[in-house]
Design a protein around this ligand. Structure first.
Ligand SMILES: [Zn+2]
Length: 259
C-alpha cells in the first residue's frame, strides 16, 4: 500500500483512497477467493495498516481508508456485519457477480442471453445504490466489458433507471479508467452514454484508476478530464461532497451537498 501512496504523491494527487477488494463474505469459509479477494480474517490487519499509512503520510497527502465491497442481493446484513466496527473513510460498492458467475468471466457469454444478464446486472446496481451500504458505486457498465454490445433500446431503458436510482441514493459514482485498460478503447466505466445521464441527474463523480499495481495509479486522468469537459464538467473544480462515512472529493457536486 505504501508503494501505491508514493505513486499517488509522484502523480501530484492531493487526496488518495486505498480500497483493496474486501472479503467474499457471501461465499462460505474464511478465504473463498484467494488471488482476488482478501480473507475475512485479514480485514482487521488491512484496515490497521491503511490507517498507519494514513497517519505516516498525513503531512504530504490526504490518504483515505476504503474498501471495495461486493453487493450480494439478500446478503445485505452479512455485508453490513463485515463492515461494522471498521473505521472506513469510504466503502465502494461493486457488482461483480450476476447469477453466480463473475462479470469478467469471458466464457459466460457463449451460452447466455446477454440482454438478460445486462438487465440482471443493472437491477443489482439499482439495489446496491439503494442499500445504504456504500459511499461510492464502482465501475458501472463493467458487465459489458467482455460481452456483446448492448442494444440502444436496452441501454436507453436500463441506463435511465440506473441514473435516477443513483441520484436518489446520494452515492458518488467513480469514473474508473480500467475501462480503458480492459477494452483498449475510449470508454471508461461508466461509458459515455451512462455518464452523460449521470451528469444530467446531478450525480457527483470521482476518479478511480482501479490500480492493481502502483504504475496504474492515476492512469487515464487526462482522458477523463477531457471526457468531462466534453460533457460540460470542469474537472479542476473538485469539491468535497458528504456521503455516508464522510466527505469524498468529487466533481458535478450539486448545490447544498458541499461540506
Ligand atoms: Zn471491482
Amino acid at each position: 500500500m505504501a508503494d501505491y501512496i508514493e505513486a499517488a504523491l509522484a502523480a501530484g494527487l492531493r487526496e488518495f483512497g486505498v480500497s483493496d477488494h474486501g472479503p467474499a463474505y457471501f461465499f462460505p469459509g474464511d478465504h473463498p477467493c484467494p488471488g482476488t479477494q482478501m480473507a475475512l480474517s485479514e480485514l482487521p490487519a488491512y484496515v490497521r495498516e491503511a490507517h498507519e499509512l494514513k497517519a505516516r503520510f498525513a503531512d504530504r497527502i490526504a490518504v483515505k481508508v476504503g474498501l471495495e465491497a461486493d453487493f450480494a442481493l439478500g446478503r445485505e446484513d452479512d455485508c453490513r456485519a463485515m463492515l461494522a466496527g471498521q473505521p472506513f473513510d469510504y466503502v465502494l460498492g461493486s457488482v461483480h457477480w450476476v447469477n453466480g458467475r463473475s462479470i469478467f468471466d469471458r466464457t459466460r457469454w457463449t451460452a447466455e442471453d446477454a440482454g438478460e444478464t445486462y438487465s440482471a446486472y443493472y437491477e443489482l446496481l439499482i439495489q446496491a445504490a439503494g442499500s445504504g451500504l456504500f459511499d461510492i458505486l464502482s465501475h458501472l457498465t463493467a458487465v459489458e466489458a467482455y460481452g456483446p454490445p448492448i442494444s440502444e433500446e436496452l441501454s436507453d431503458r436500463l441506463y435511465s433507471r440506473v441514473a435516477q436510482a443513483v441520484a436518489a441514493s446520494g452515492c458518488v459514482v467513480e469514473i474508473n479508467t480500467s475501462g480503458y485498460r480492459k477494452l483498449g478503447g475510449d470508454e471508461p466505466f461508466p461509458n459515455r452514454k451512462l455518464l452523460r445521464l449521470l451528469v444530467a441527474a446531478g450525480v457527483p463523480l470521482t476518479f478511480g484508476s482501479d490500480a492493481h499495481r502502483p504504475a496504474d495509479v492515476s492512469f487515464g486522468r487526462e482522458r477523463v478530464t477531457a471526457l468531462l469537459a466534453e460533457l460540460g464538467v470542469d474537472a479542476s473544480r473538485a469539491r468535497p461532497v458528504n456521503v455516508r462515512r464522510g466527505p469524498i472529493l468529487a466533481v458535478n457536486v450539486p448545490n447544498g451537498a458541499i461540506v
